[in-house]
Design a protein around this ligand. Structure first.
Ligand SMILES: Nc1ncnc2c1ncn2[C@@H]1O[C@H](COP(=O)(O)OP(=O)(O)OP(=O)(O)O)[C@@H](O)[C@H]1O
Length: 457
């Protein structure tokens, strides 16, 4: 049985937390001061510490922080979960920086405590094994179908993911556009105990802040002028499963606090109703932005950052894993050949080497589009360097001069708009930020048009 040490100066808190944890099958020890806590840690095998940060009457939290530092120095492998007041969230942030496993804000619920304890113990049990597994070994243990590659950086990442997926820990996936963040989010869900439950994907970059709550938490009929029916929010749809929050770095500052609340308390209110609903979700998020830089510019909340990234995985850019280009190219060739009914099509060795040396600022997505274009345009049975250079040369790089506009009456303004959007997507290899910039519109406006024309990027 695992033993949890609870540290708080309030006897009633010690009692209630002790009861909750005992009911959940843990042995508990209690300490009312840092000295008592350290004594327990020295004389018994403690698996986890649950520590109230505001346990001293001064409530500055300094004493709590000092105890945390001491525990991390003496027993670095024991996970520590902090309990803080909502008003002293900055304490929780300092605690996370000092190595705490997680933080819970008051008033806590029993589910929150158990969820956090289970996750932290699960992560601690994974240990720090360093033996690097081969792709075959990984495939025997986990389901990574759809994730092509065997570059050592990718294998290391998959190894961590395989182990972390089984826990309920929140995972933040970072990496440039087109490096496969969504593919990795799928893999996390597929390898988790929630795999038969829903995986709900939310692109936060495409939701205007005015619709944020209604989209994520749902609304009841009549909540606002356009609310003609009740509508389920994305969190409710994801209940018992996983929610994938894509483009988290694009979330408006005012919406960040609303998201923090639901992630913290695991409850939300449907717009127009005042009843709280409990939600059980695993959170995976992704961004191509540097959140730490955004935090220093005060554009992203640090407490939200720590809530999202119990584990961070960074996906390498394609230029950092060129060895995988031939494998990926073969994979996309098979896919495109099937789609365009050119099953017999192969790719030459020189063409593979040419692709391997080429730069793909749009990463794997751009490589995929490049192969697709070559498959459409190639006339022979084997794709050659010329097929790729031709496909690349056909990519628009300059603005068309005025007199090359199509004949009057041959195209509507909407056709032109759609064509220009497609041209820009090809040019930027699917990088939404750059496409929006080049077209002189906001990302939101771009997403609306993509939806309107049924274009998938
Ligand atoms: N390892 C991989 N194996 C096979 N296909 C991949 C891999 N990584 C990415 N892809 C493909 O590349 C394309 C882009 O991947 P994905 O959408 O996951 O990237 P992303 O990092 O989420 O991009 P963005 O930041 O622009 O949202 C998709 O078509 C995906 O299927």
């Amino acid at each position: 049985m695992q033993t949890i040490l609870i540290v708080d100066d309030d006897s009633s808190v010690l009692l209630s937390l002790g009861l909750v944890l005992k009911q959940a099958g843990y042995t508990t020890r209690t300490a009312k001061s840092p000295v008592e806590a350290l004594n327990w840690l020295k004389k018994e095998k403690i698996d986890l510490v649950l520590q109230d940060m505001n346990f001293s009457r001064q409530t500055t939290g300094n004493e709590g922080l000092a105890l945390l530092h001491e525990i991390k120095d003496l027993f670095p492998h024991i996970p520590v979960i902090l309990i803080t007041s909502w008003g002293t969230i900055s304490l929780a942030v300092s605690g996370m920086q000092a190595g705490a496993a997680d933080f819970i804000t008051k008033p806590w619920t029993n589910e929150q405590i158990i969820h956090s304890v289970k996750t932290a113990l699960g992560l601690a049990a994974l240990g720090t094994s360093t033996a690097v597994l081969t792709r075959d070994e990984l495939d025997k243990q986990y389901d990574f179908t759809g994730v092509v590659g065997k570059d050592p950086k990718l294998l290391q990442l998959l190894q961590i993911l395989g182990r972390v997926s089984a826990t309920d820990a929140s995972v933040l996936i970072t990496g440039e556009s087109g490096t496969g963040k969504e593919v990795i989010a799928d893999a996390i869900h597929k390898n988790s105990v929630r795999k038969n439950r829903p995986l709900v994907k939310v692109n936060l970059g495409s939701i205007p802040s005015t619709l944020f709550e209604s989209e994520l938490f749902g609304h009841v009929k009549g909540a606002f002028t356009d609310a003609r029916n009740d509508r389920k929010g994305r969190f409710e749809e994801a209940h018992t499963g996983t929610i994938f929050l894509d483009e988290i770095g694009d979330l408006d500052f005012s919406c960040q606090v609303k998201l923090l609340r639901v992630l913290q308390e695991r409850t939300f209110e449907v717009v127009g109703s005042n009843k709280s609903r409990h939600v059980d979700v695993r959170v995976v998020s992704a961004t191509n932005k540097n959140l730490l830089e955004m935090i220093s510019r005060e554009e992203f909340r640090e407490d939200l950052y720590y809530r999202l990234n119990l584990i961070t995985v960074h996906l390498p850019a394609l230029r950092e894993r060129r060895e995988d280009i031939p494998l990926l190219a073969q994979h996309f060739l098979q896919q495109a050949a099937k789609t365009y009914r050119r099953e017999k099509l192969t790719i030459s060795e020189q063409a593979l080497r040419w692709l391997q040396a080429k730069n793909f600022p749009g990463n794997i997505r751009e490589l995929k589009h490049t192969i697709e274009r070559a498959v459409i345009m190639a006339s022979g049975q084997s794709l050659q360097v010329e097929d790729f250079s031709l496909a690349t040369a056909m990519q628009p790089t300059t603005v068309a001069p005025k007199d090359t506009l199509p004949e009057v009456g041959s195209m509507s303004l909407e056709d032109m708009e759609k064509a220009m959007i497609l041209k820009t997507i090809t040019h930027h290899g699917g990088n939404i930020t750059k496409i929006a910039e080049s077209l002189g519109m906001s990302r939101f406006a771009l997403y609306r048009r993509l939806e309107k024309y049924g274009i998938r990027v």
